[in-house]
Ligand binder design. Structure first.
Ligand SMILES: [Zn+2]
Ligand SMILES: [Zn+2]
Length: 317
């Protein structure tokens, strides 16, 4: 199976995004990059270098629905006429603009995010939506865990690997234990388990870090020899990365638990203490990271939580 990585520019802090062309029938692209002129041009050039045109694409598969990965899905689909777009059902919340929903506001209020910050975050995410076209649910095919996506020379198995987002998926080629992992696995940085409503019950919070740890272990059980991430270089030593991630999570857990004071703290306050001076998207990612770790520490009985109005206040046990 010929997997052709194509690096595309993004206007985001994270830098370029990797999309992957599977250069055999049905011609498939895994992720598309954000909706910018520079990205479209780079995508066309990357496809051309591999001997293809956008119109040759039959399948567009999305690892998850963040703008840097899914932004061009609709326009590529439209240009490629009969192409189908595949995404996991649990990405619905992300496909329809993250912070417009009341559920999201409720999650941020629960985390103690001040009202003016909620408005700033909303404005920032509305700005980000410009980099992605919305795709209605009925125009997408659901990615199902363990399903085999057939190609001329074999198949790719869908692995639902939630954590970074609820519907994040990875794709395993069993023959050579190669995995295309989107933002589930990144070479240089530890992915953020992003604050999200639970797709099965949007009034609840998705246990993103707990789910993410399970996903990382699931990938480890596949003994991957090569992992293609959503950003940065290919990973040849997943085992080393797995241990590095776990050490980073343990250190962050200890840090977060240490920030929980007798007087009580909110996730927002913990996020601000961990990442002082965070600006822009990082203010959201800071609170997101804090919630993920507080949730895990609470579920393991290491800290207590009580409500003050709609806001959760964490205290030592
Ligand atoms: Zn992402
Ligand atoms: Zn990404």
């Amino acid at each position: 199976m010929r997997v052709v990585p194509i690096s595309l520019p993004t206007p985001f802090y994270i830098g370029p995004v990797n999309v992957y062309l599977i250069a055999e029938d049905p011609i498939t692209i895994i992720d598309t990059g954000p909706k910018t002129k520079a990205t479209v041009e780079a995508l066309r050039a990357g496809l051309r270098a591999a001997g293809f045109l956008v119109s040759d694409i039959r399948r567009i598969i999305l690892t998850h629905a963040h703008e840097d990965h899914c932004g061009l899905a609709k326009s590529v689909r439209d240009e490629a006429k009969n192409a189908e777009v595949f995404v996991h059902d649990w990405e619905t919340g992300h496909r329809h603009s993250r912070l417009q929903h009341d559920e999201h506001r409720a999650l941020l209020e629960r985390a103690g995010v001040p009202e003016k910050e909620i408005l700033l975050m909303r404005r920032m995410y509305e700005g980000m939506r410009e980099y992605a076209d919305t795709l209605p649910d009925d125009e997408c095919v659901s990615l199902k865990d363990e399903a085999e996506l057939e190609f001329e020379s074999g198949s790719l198995r869908v692995l639902h690997t939630p954590g970074h987002t609820p519907g994040s998926c990875s794709f395993l080629r069993e023959a050579d234990r190669t995995v295309i992992a989107g933002d589930c696995v990144l070479k240089r940085i530890t992915p953020n388990p992003v604050l999200s409503p639970d797709p099965l019950d949007p009034s609840r919070r998705f246990p993103s870090l707990a789910e993410y740890l399970v996903s990382l272990a699931r990938l480890r059980a596949c003994s991957p020899t090569l992992v293609y991430g959503g950003h940065g270089d290919v990973i040849r030593d997943y085992e080393e990365l797995f241990h590095r991630y776990f050490r980073a999570f343990q250190e962050r857990q200890a840090q977060v638990i240490g920030l929980v004071k007798k007087t009580g703290v909110t996730a927002w306050q913990v996020g601000q203490a961990m990442f002082p001076g965070a600006d822009d998207v990082h203010r959201f990612l800071a609170v997101s990271e804090a919630v993920a770790h507080l949730d895990l520490a609470h579920s393991e009985g290491k800290i207590g939580v009580e409500f003050a109005g709609h806001t959760e206040v964490y205290k030592p046990k």
